[in-house]
Design a binder for this molecule. Structure first.
Ligand code: AKG
Length: 285
């Protein structure tokens, strides 16, 4: 599998990412990398992590599962993060030579699942804060535009605090110890994107395995799901931190909550993230 310090991303794509907060990147990873990540997901599903969550389960047992931060125990994830060109993609889009890997997440849907991920922004849930973030969402199989993650272009620059979905409430199996995030009335209601998708210029794309969509942690996104019968979906996502990002422990809760881990390694609100805990990569430019 080829490790590359250069990636095929044009200046125009970097500008699109900065302006819209989202950009589609085609054909970035070979079938070998996709196979490796699928093997990692098979291991992840066989040996659940402590953060594994079921968001939705239908009466016939089909489910939507979310898990995160397993790269320490799943070799395939670690190999991808450390050896593929994913870190170079992050650094190119953030226009910086140094990036920190925050965590990976997986989103697994059984075939035909209809559950749609609620519209949300990522940063309000995180134990860090900053504009310079990029999440890279990679379906490991073909996915239709109507089932892929959707975005409201430009919303990462609105500078608004929208009230987010508490994903801890999506808990059909009544799991214990799920993260809870209590957004109070000081947060503006999330706009009703589905009532007028045209007005919000909602975008999503037909995607193939090897394509990815990169987005800023402040952009409004959601809507993935609604799979056609017989179609399942496995997504591997990595989150990357750039120059202005600082630790921020939030009084209303965090999901995933890294504050114990961060405190354990001496990080507190206002600190830069420790590159020995959140791997730091210096990319030649
Ligand atoms: O794949 C999904 O359904 C959700 C993805 C998402 O919200 C994210 O990557 O932040």
């Amino acid at each position: 599998m080829k490790d590359s310090q250069t990636v095929n991303i044009s200046d125009q794509q970097v500008e699109t990412f900065s302006r819209d907060g989202v950009v589609i990147l085609r054909n970035m990873f070979s079938a070998d990398w996709i196979r490796l990540l699928k093997a990692g997901i098979a291991r992840n599903l066989a040996e659940h992590g402590e953060r594994t969550r079921i968001w939705d389960r239908s009466s016939d047992g089909k489910y939507t599962l979310y898990d995160s931060d397993n790269w320490g125990r799943i070799d395939e994830y670690r190999k991808f993060v450390f050896e593929s060109s994913i870190r170079v993609i992050a650094s190119r889009l953030l226009n910086t030579s140094k990036v920190n890997f925050f965590f990976e997440a997986v989103f697994i849907r059984s075939d035909g699942v209809q559950f749609k991920t609620p519209w949300h922004q990522d940063e309000p849930y995180w134990s860090v804060e900053g504009f310079d973030t990029v999440s890279i969402w990679m379906p490991l199989m073909d996915v239709k535009k109507k089932s892929a993650l959707s975005f409201v272009p430009g919303s990462h620059r609105w500078d608004k605090k929208f009230k987010q979905q508490d994903f801890g409430e999506l808990n059909p199996d009544n799991q214990n110890d799920v993260y809870k995030v209590k957004f109070d009335s000081s947060w503006e209601p999330m706009p009703d994107i589905d009532s007028d998708r045209e007005k919000f210029n909602v975008v999503s794309w037909d995607m193939s395995a090897g394509d990815c969509v990169a987005f800023n942690g402040r952009i409004i996104h959601g809507g993935s799901g609604q799979l056609e019968s017989g179609k399942e979906l496995q997504v591997f996502n990595t989150q990357w931190l750039g120059d202005d990002v600082k630790v921020n422990f939030r009084s209303y809760g965090m999901d995933p909550d890294h504050s114990d881990k961060m405190r354990h390694y001496g990080m507190n609100t206002g600190d830069t993230v420790d590159g020995s805990v959140y791997p730091e990569f210096n990319i030649l430019r």
